[in-house]
Design a protein around this ligand. Structure first.
Ligand code: 13P
Length: 438
């Protein structure tokens, strides 16, 4: 599946009301932790590098991230976090990023629009998708919104105007979160009404920056191992869940990985003073970060009937042809042709990438919904027809560009085979499909 644009991942997430994690990396171990955890949980993921990360790791770090992303069995986008200028975004694009953020949110609206549009035009020309920001992130006191602080939060009408004027693909919104380990006293206040109002006007995927949970158990271990941190507080997982059901599709996390990394290194140094093999320090740090990524994915797991996590899996047909399975932890969204169409586009995009990578022909596309792991509530077998052309959005154009303009289409899906409570593997067998792990 490997490397895809940010919008390919996020358009399906917004349509399907599930969240995709964007995790910041600075080195080999962090990147491995992010991608391995995404593969283990069968989830798409966004690997983000800030300008500071790029300065630290240089072009070699980007090449490393690309290397791992291209070989991943789940879709991965490489994203520039908080690009501060047109030049910075262009450098990232030249290095092979598939998604960039231009952050001009500290400028006046006119400048923000003009600079964002400049980046969008250049990025779209080469199939890269763009995040922009309006409003400004910052901590606000719990449930107290005073006018000075109100001015920093994203206003729904401005968000709409901004997206229409810039053509950006996804929008970072200021809704009460802030970067770092101190997000406010008690449970930080998240302005859910604001998210709902913005989402009602802006159909693009919305982005939550500053989403780290700063888990108290991790903070405690950090302190016990000699670390110092004051007033640690993060975003409550219920707030992330609720935000995701309202339109947030990209969930940015950096602090939790930093905390996990440093805590594990501190513990090894404390417990094994004779150790001087860097791998013995960095290996446990990588494991700890992998757990953080897995937990954050779990946070967005299906709850109260909402679809919150998209998962993808590759199956091999009995005749050696590839079958592609898209795995959704949710009851089937019966009333949403729009959602099914988004899944179809996503599946076709992945199918094309897979065909290229494995040199095999994709035969059928499978889409199923589950209410619990390995149980299938409904299965749809979708035909995959290269001879016909599908109407598509920009993210689809990107895939088409990548496969040198070959055309493909999906015909109207048949009614799904309902298979309540049945085991997924059995269901696949009954369809004549052998899973990779069989
Ligand atoms: P945290 O500091 O909460 O991890 O947020 C990271 C972030 O938003 C990166 O853009």
């Amino acid at each position: 599946m490997g490397l895809v644009s940010g919008l390919e991942i996020l358009a399906a997430a917004r349509a399907g009301k599930y969240g995709v994690g964007a995790f910041n990396t600075n080195d080999l171990e962090i990147t491995q932790a992010i991608i391995e955890a995404a593969e283990e949980t069968r989830s798409p993921v966004i690997v983000a590098l800030s300008e500071g990360g790029l300065k630290y790791g240089g072009d070699a770090l980007v090449a490393l991230v690309r290397y791992l992303a291209e070989r991943a069995s789940v879709p991965v986008a490489i994203h520039l976090d908080h690009g501060s200028s047109f030049a910075s975004c262009m450098r990232a694009i030249r290095l092979g990023f598939t998604s960039v953020m231009i952050d001009m949110s500290h400028e006046d609206e006119e400048t923000n629009i003009a600079e964002t549009r400049r980046v969008v035009e250049a990025a779209h020309a080469v199939g890269v998708t763009v995040e922009a920001e309006i409003g400004r992130l910052g901590g606000i006191e719990e449930h107290v919104v005073v006018s000075a602080e109100e001015a920093t939060l994203t206003k729904p009408d401005e968000a709409l105007r901004f997206m229409q004027a810039t053509g950006a693909d996804y929008l970072a919104v200021a809704i009460g979160t802030s970067h770092g380990p101190n997000k406010g006293k008690g449970r930080p206040y998240i302005d859910h009404d604001r998210i709902r109002e913005i989402a009602a006007l802006v159909p693009a995927p919305l982005v939550m920056h500053g989403a780290s949970g700063v888990p108290s158990a991790l903070v405690e271990r950090f302190r016990t191992a000699g670390g110092e941190i004051k007033d640690a507080s993060g975003i409550h997982e219920d707030d992330v869940r609720q935000a995701v059901t309202q339109g947030i599709a990209k969930i940015n996390t950096d602090t939790d990985l930093r905390l996990a990394f440093t805590t594990a290194v501190r513990e090894v140094l404390r417990d094994t003073p004779k150790e001087f093999d860097p791998r013995k320090l960095l290996g446990p740090a990588r494991d700890e970060m992998r757990r953080v990524v897995q937990t954050e994915v779990d946070v967005s797991l299906e709850k109260d009937g909402y679809i919150l996590v998209g998962k993808v899996d590759l199956l091999l047909g009995g005749d050696g042809k590839l079958e592609l399975l898209d795995f959704k932890t949710s009851p089937r969204p019966k009333d949403s042709p729009e959602l099914i169409a988004a899944y179809e586009r996503q599946l076709c995009t992945y199918a094309h990438i897979l065909e290229q990578r494995h040199g095999k022909r994709v035969d059928r596309l499978l889409l199923y919904w589950t209410s619990e792991p390995r149980k299938a509530d409904a299965l749809m077998v979708l035909p995959y027809d290269l001879a016909r052309v599908e109407e598509a959005g920009r993210h689809f154009d990107d895939a088409v560009r990548r496969i040198q303009a070959r055309e493909f289409a999906v015909t109207t899906p048949p009614e799904p085979a309902i298979c309540k409570e049945c085991d997924l593997r059995m269901l696949c067998r009954s369809e004549g499909i052998i899973t990779m792990t069989d």
